[in-house]
Design a protein around this ligand. Structure first.
Ligand code: COI
Length: 332
């Protein structure tokens, strides 16, 4: 049995080597290259493919895998928005993801960023670096006095809710699917509009779909409270960046923590050498603001999460090859 793992980073390699040692019945080949039309031929002869990338898994690549008789594609991450679903189906390629490598990693990071915004730490860091140790005018807000609106109550949303509650915040939530425990607590509101109208902080934890592209647009911002805080550790496409910039300029949005950005592919996780060389003016506009925290999609990036991404994806791929079954199959 052979599995080829694409896009293996240096920080993943030790976990892949350990998995391989523990699964000596599997031949594991790995490459740092991403899975695209120029690299797909390397998969010939393998029984399954394990990948992580933000670049699209295109129809051409999936057709090629299909022509090699490869039926199992295991992603090392949660989001499947970059898989060409029609091409996967027509080639009978079964796709697994890792739905829960560490929801807490993302939740903890999201709340950390919110606290930085509320306590104005970027401003104090700058002032202190210049020898200015005064308090005013950078007085903070307290999370325990606020209503946090959680958009989507999957694993990450629920992990975030636990932390918000620990801070004493009032939590409300919107989701099409209601979690039975949260339902009992009565935290769900009936519509996104109601969530927007009642929240001091909006914490977004939804996957990207065709339907929710730019759901935070001018219209949505206009329905929010003045001085709302926006947290997006989920997917860049959920936020209309131009509308967010307008809402920041007008003061409608008091601050934003963005771990994702709609044009991040090819930009995040790249060293450009200097701020000026970052090739995206709109992103730099956001990064220059003290009330906007831009991070390069790192909420997930912990040792536990990276280990689980490698292990769970390899386990899922092996299970599909051996039994045709996996509890991590994605309905595309
Ligand atoms: C995902 O798991 O889909 C993420 O967004 C994290 C990714 C950058 C590894």
């Amino acid at each position: 049995m052979k599995i080829i793992a694409y896009g293996i980073r240096d920080d993943e390699k030790p976990y892949l080597d350990k998995w391989s040692e523990e699964n000596s019945d599997v031949e594991v080949e790995s490459t740092g290259k991403l899975l695209d039309e120029s690299t797909v031929d390397q998969a010939k002869g393998a029984d399954g493919v394990v990948t992580y990338q933000q670049k699209p898994y295109t129809a051409a690549v999936l057709d090629k895998l299909g022509s090699f008789g490869i039926k199992f594609l295991s992603l090392r991450n949660v989001g499947v928005d970059n898989v060409d679903a029609d091409a996967a189906k027509r080639n009978n390629i079964q796709v697994t993801n890792v739905p829960a490598y560490s929801p807490q990693a993302i939740a903890e990071f999201t709340v950390t960023e919110l606290m930085r915004l509320l306590r104005r730490t970027p401003t104090f860091d700058r002032k202190q670096a210049n020898g200015d140790l005064r308090w005013a005018p950078d007085i903070a807000d307290e999370l325990n006095q606020m209503t946090v609106g959680v958009f989507a109550t999957g694993r990450i949303g629920r992990a975030a809710i636990q932390i918000y509650k620990g801070f004493g915040a009032k939590v409300i939530a919107y989701d099409i699917f209601h979690n039975p425990e949260l339902e009992k607590e009565g935290i769900y509101v009936d519509s996104p509009d109601e969530l927007y109208a009642k929240s001091d902080v909006l914490s977004i934890h939804a996957p990207a779909t065709k339907e929710n592209e730019h759901m935070l647009n001018d219209d949505a911002f206009s329905k929010m409270k003045d001085g709302v805080y926006i947290l997006n550790p989920a997917r860049g496409t959920l936020v209309d960046t131009d509308a967010l910039i307008r809402a920041l300029d007008s003061g409608k949005v008091a601050g934003a923590a963005l771990d994702v950005y709609e044009d991040e592919v090819g930009i995040f996780n790249t060293d450009f050498g200097s701020f000026d060389k970052i090739p995206d003016e709109r992103l730099k506009n956001l990064m220059k603001r003290e009330n906007v925290l831009v991070t390069p999609h790192i909420a997930f990036y912990t040792k536990r999460a990276v280990r689980n991404m490698v292990y769970f994806a390899m386990d899922a791929n092996k299970s599909l090859i051996q039994t045709g079954k996996s509890d991590k199959l994605v309905k595309l």
